[in-house]
Ligand binder design. Structure first.
Ligand SMILES: Nc1nc2c(c(=O)[nH]1)N[C@H]1C(S)=C(S)[C@@H](COP(=O)(O)O)O[C@H]1N2
Ligand SMILES: [Mo]
Length: 425
C-alpha cells in the first residue's frame, strides 16, 4: 500500500513539474490523497450496466463511446471513385491510434478495382507455386498451415499515401499505412519445398480476382523475408486484407502485397502485369511504382484539426517506419525545424514495422510548427521537401510534389489559440 501511495505521489509531482506550475495537470493534491479516501468520480456503481448481447459475448464490441472510423481517401492525388467508378480506398484514423498495432477493423484498405471483394471459401481455395521449380506445389489453406510458421509485426503502406496542403487531418495525410501482427509461412520455406531452379530471377504473385492484382517481385526479396500470411492480429485475415491468404513483401510498396493469393509463378525476367502497367501511365510523367519504402514518420498528436487546451505540458506522439529495416532514431522539432531533439521510442523497433515515438514538450503558447524525422538502421534519414527538391535539382516551391512515394517530413502548425493545422497549407 505504501509503495502504491508513494508512486502516486511521484506521479503527481511529475504532473506538477511538467505543467511548470502554470496549469494543474491532475486533479487533487498529494496531501489530500493521503489523508482521505476521495470519492472516485465515475466509479463502477455510478454507471448503468450494459446487458451483454449475444454478439457482445461471442465476439466483443468496442464501447459505444469509441467512434473512430476509417474514411474514404483521395489516392495519389486522384480522388476515388477509380476508373471503374468504384470507391474503395479507405484510410486508418491515425489521430486516434495508440501503440503500434492497427486494429484489424481499422486497417487501411486499398484495392485497385473498386469496392468488390471476392467471397472466398477457404475450403475451396488453393495456392499454386509453379514455373521455374523442380516440383510445382498446390496447397490448400489447411496444408499451408502445416508448414513451420512465423509471426511478425509489419506495416503496409500504399504508394498513394501522399500529403499535400489540401488535407486537414493525419488520417487524410498519412492514413494509408497500417501495422499488424502477421502470421504465416515464409515464402523461402515453400520455395525450398518446390526446389527453385537457378534460372528463376523473379516471381509473379497473383490474386483470385477478375483482374488478377499481379506483381513482379525479385527472387532475392522472396527468399529473404516474404511471408505467405493467413493470420492477422491473432485471427484469420480479414476479407478486406485478402482472406484467406496474402503475400507480405515487407517494406515494399503496398501494391506488391497481393491479397487473395492463389498463384506464384517463378520466372526468368520481370513481367509486365496490370499493376505495373497501371502505374506507367504517360500522364504521370514519372514511374510511380517503386519498391522499397524510404524512412518516414508523422506526428499523430497533436495533429491537424486537433485543439490544444492551452499552454503547458504535452507528450508529442507519433509513428515512424521504414522499408529499409528497423527504425533507429526519431527526432522531433518544436520550432519549425531549427533544432532537432531525440525522441523516445515507446516499443522495441522491429524490421519494417511501425514504431511509436514520443517527445515531452512544454508549449509556451506562441505560434510554432512541430515536425518529426526518422532514421533507419541502414542510415537513411527522412528528408524535408526542400532537401528532396534539391536532390532532384529542381527549384523548391510551395506545392512541390515529391516524385514516387512521398516520405517527406510533415509539418503541423500550432496557432496561438491552440488549433492545429496542416503546415503545408
Ligand atoms: N488481389 C489484390 N491484392 C492487392 C490489391 C488489390 O486490389 N487486389 N491492392 C494492392 C494495393 S494497391 C495495396 S496498397 C495493398 C493494400 O493492402 P490492404 O488493403 O490490406 O491495406 O494491397 C495490394 N494487394
Ligand atoms: Mo496501393
Amino acid at each position: 500500500m505504501d509503495s502504491k501511495r508513494s508512486s502516486r505521489r511521484e506521479l503527481l509531482k511529475l504532473g506538477a513539474a511538467l505543467a511548470g506550475g502554470t496549469t494543474v495537470a491532475l486533479r487533487g493534491t498529494a496531501q489530500a490523497q493521503e489523508h482521505n479516501h476521495p470519492a472516485t468520480p465515475g466509479s463502477e456503481n455510478a454507471s448503468p450496466m450494459i446487458h451483454g448481447s449475444k454478439e457482445q459475448i461471442e465476439y466483443g464490441q468496442r464501447s459505444k463511446y469509441v467512434t473512430s472510423v476509417r474514411i474514404a481517401h483521395p489516392v495519389g492525388g486522384r480522388a476515388s471513385p477509380d476508373v471503374f467508378g468504384k470507391v474503395f480506398h479507405v484510410a486508418t484514423p491515425l489521430q486516434d491510434s495508440v501503440g503500434v498495432i492497427t486494429p484489424s477493423s481499422l486497417h487501411y484498405v486499398a484495392t485497385t478495382r473498386g469496392s468488390y471483394l471476392p467471397d472466398i471459401d477457404p475450403q475451396q481455395h488453393t495456392l499454386t507455386i509453379h514455373g521455374l521449380v523442380d516440383r510445382p506445389l498446390t496447397l490448400t489453406v489447411d496444408e499451408l498451415k502445416r508448414f513451420p510458421s512465423v509471426t511478425r509485426l509489419h506495416f503496409i503502406e500504399c504508394a498513394g499515401n501522399r500529403h499535400n496542403g489540401q488535407q486537414k487531418t493525419v488520417q487524410e495525410t498519412h492514413g494509408m499505412t497500417s501495422c499488424s501482427e502477421w502470421t504465416g509461412v515464409l515464402l523461402s520455406t515453400l520455395l525450398k519445398e518446390c526446389g527453385l531452379k537457378s534460372s528463376a530471377k523473379w516471381f509473379v504473385s497473383e490474386g483470385a480476382e477478375e483482374v488478377k492484382g499481379a506483381s513482379s517481385i525479385p527472387i532475392a526479396k522472396g527468399m529473404d523475408d516474404c511471408l505467405i500470411a493467413y493470420g492477422q492480429n491473432g485471427e484469420p485475415l480479414r476479407p478486406q486484407q485478402g482472406f484467406p491468404v496474402r503475400i507480405m513483401v515487407p517494406g515494399f510498396e503496398g501494391i506488391y502485397h497481393t491479397k487473395f493469393l492463389r498463384r506464384i509463378k517463378l520466372v526468368d525476367r520481370f513481367y509486365m502485369n496490370y499493376n505495373e502497367f497501371g502505374h506507367l501511365r504517360p500522364e504521370d510523367k514519372e514511374l510511380a511504382l517503386g519498391e522499397q519504402i524510404g524512412p518516414k514518420s508523422v506526428i499523430t498528436y497533436p495533429s491537424g484539426a486537433q485543439q490544444l487546451p492551452g499552454p503547458g505540458y504535452y507528450e508529442i506522439s507519433g509513428l515512424a517506419w521504414s522499408g529499409g529495416g528497423a527504425v533507429k532514431t526519431v527526432e522531433v522539432s518544436t520550432d519549425g525545424g531549427k533544432k532537432w531533439n531525440r525522441a523516445q521510442l515507446k516499443n522495441t523497433p522491429q524490421r519494417m514495422a511501425h514504431v511509436r515515438f514520443a517527445y515531452e514538450w512544454r508549449w509556451d503558447g506562441t505560434e510554432t510548427e512541430i515536425l518529426s524525422r526518422c532514421t533507419d538502421e541502414i542510415g537513411q534519414r527522412q528528408a524535408m521537401r526542400e532537401e528532396i527538391a534539391n536532390w532532384w535539382n529542381v527549384p523548391f516551391e510551395r506545392n512541390y510534389r515529391v516524385p514516387g512515394l512521398d516520405n517527406s517530413v510533415m509539418p503541423w502548425k500550432i496557432a496561438r489559440d491552440g488549433s492545429v493545422t496542416n503546415g503545408l497549407a
